[in-house]
Design a protein around this ligand. Structure first.
Ligand SMILES: Cc1ncc(COP(=O)(O)O)c(C=O)c1O
Length: 449
């Protein structure tokens, strides 16, 4: 909807509710519930739109307690002596429609495992989005590969496919798209680029449980997909992760590697001893929690999607509020976060920090999201490390520093507003509270700026 139409529509709405004098004076009247959005902003001492908390997280199902106790009592606490991890892996693979799933103790280690098994490591370059949780950077650096960023598309919050090819060099070995915030990245474009340049694709789906691209689940659209089941996640276990894939040989290698290099499937001993491996196994207790949590994932995902769509419909007309755009191929998002961009110009230049504070004062938890982390010391420390100096030429590292500018990402970091997934788990009236609070701040922008 363009701004011109909006203004006209608001004017008509104002006229029909008898608020024409206000509209003529230039103040846009309430788009939502006028009785709620009228009045002093809470940050200035007025009554908050909302005083009760939103949905809590995680949600514990009491019926699962007996299962955990039975594992405790059995003494079979690790996967080598139980069946629970295997059962959870089967269920999660079924849910995703993927052939195999191997659990790890967290998402970071799922990604490290995928990198190792696909032989992405020392001296390689991996294309990633700068707009992600720091673990994505860490696993690339931790594998002694160079994280090469492709700028972010501020509308979708995802890696911009138009910016990927210009980052490819002779050393590029993989692309690691992140379905950040639980919104799918453009997998058709990414896979096409990867195919053209013979690159591996590892999906960081650590925030994207049951998100879908053209009806297929995120994490199953590439060579390997990785998930996190950390406490805040939609399938929360406290800590936990998974690698999923359709290629039996690769998945046998994942199994073997995560289990100290013990033979598995097609992976055989090369001597009396195991092959190279590590221990990234999930415990039986973790899997028991996972089995309980997995039961609510589908219904929660549906609810988040419905509420997210409703929220978008409520706030997209507020000047200066730009909800995220989903690609048309997205059949479902996971909504780990609900993001929108805040344009202060339409709010009488009220800073984003002030907007966030005003929204919180109205009882709506919110945050500004990721900052431009690629500018932090982490990257420079990696470039200066012995490892990197040995693996990359000085000329390459100098050029890398010169190219470390991502203007679209930086702008997004300045404008983003995030609402947590838990806000999407409530009723329609919870969503109305969010929209009304934003509307109220908009209407009071002159007093607040
Ligand atoms: C995008 C992304 N990648 C990787 C990870 C790492 O997962 P974990 O915290 O389970 O190690 C997370 C976790 O928050 C994440 O959000």
């Amino acid at each position: 909807m363009n701004r011109k139409n909006l203004t006209r529509r608001r004017f008509l709405a104002a006229a029909s509710t008898g608020a024409i004098a206000v509209a003529v004076s230039g103040r846009i009247p309430a788009y939502g519930n006028a009785s709620k959005t009228a009045g002093k902003p809470a940050i200035l001492g007025g009554k908050a739109i909302r005083t009760k908390p939103f949905h809590g997280w995680p949600v514990w199902d009491k019926s699962a307690e007996e299962h955990i106790l039975s594992i405790l009592r059995s003494g079979n606490w690790y996967r080598g002596r139980g069946e629970t991890v295997t059962e959870f892996e089967k269920k999660y693979a079924e849910l995703l429609g993927v052939k195999r799933c191997i659990c790890t103790m967290n998402g970071t280690n799922a990604l490290l495992t995928a990198m190792h098994v696909l032989d992405v490591g020392v001296g390689d370059e991996v294309i990633v989005s700068p707009y992600t949780f720091i673990a994505t950077y860490n696993v690339v650096i931790g594998s002694s590969a160079l994280p090469v960023f492709a700028d972010t598309d501020p509308e979708t919050f995802q890696i911009n496919p138009d910016k990927i090819e210009q980052r490819i060099t002779k050393r590029t070995r993989a692309i690691m798209p992140v379905h950040i915030l639980g919104l799918p990245a453009n997998m058709d474009r990414i896979n096409a680029i990867a195919k053209k340049h013979n690159l591996i694709v590892i999906e960081d789906a650590c925030q994207a449980w049951l998100a879908e691209w053209k009806g297929k689940k995120c994490g199953t659209l590439s060579d390997l997909g990785c998930f996190s089941f950390q406490n805040s996640k939609h399938l929360p276990i406290g800590e936990g992760g998974a690698v999923v894939g359709n290629d039996d040989e690769i998945m046998d290698r994942v199994h073997s590697y995560h289990n100290c290099g013990r033979p598995y499937g097609c992976v055989e001993r090369t001597s009396r001893y195991p092959i190279i491996g590590t221990n990234r196994r999930m415990t039986e207790y973790q899997a028991a929690i996972g089995l309980s949590q997995i039961q609510r994932l589908e219904a929660d995902t549906e609810k988040r999607n419905k509420n997210a769509q409703y929220l978008t419909s409520r706030i997209k007309g507020i000047p200066g509020i730009l909800p995220h755009r989903l690609y048309k191929e997205v059949t479902r998002a996971a909504y780990h976060l609900y993001p929108f961009r805040y344009k202060k110009e339409q709010f009488n230049n009220m800073s984003r920090d002030r907007f966030l504070a005003a929204l919180r004062a109205e009882g709506i938890p919110c945050s500004s999201g990721y900052g431009p982390q690629y500018k932090d010391g982490l990257i420079e420390a990696a470039l200066n490390s012995k490892n990197f100096k040995r693996s990359f030429s000085k000329a390459r590292l100098d050029r890398y520093r010169d190219e470390l500018h991502y203007p679209d990402n930086d702008r997004l970091c300045e404008e983003a507003v995030w609402l947590s997934q838990t806000l999407l788990l409530g009723s329609k009236s919870d969503i109305d509270d969010i929209a009304d609070a934003i509307q109220k701040i908009y209407e009071n922008r002159d007093k607040l700026a």
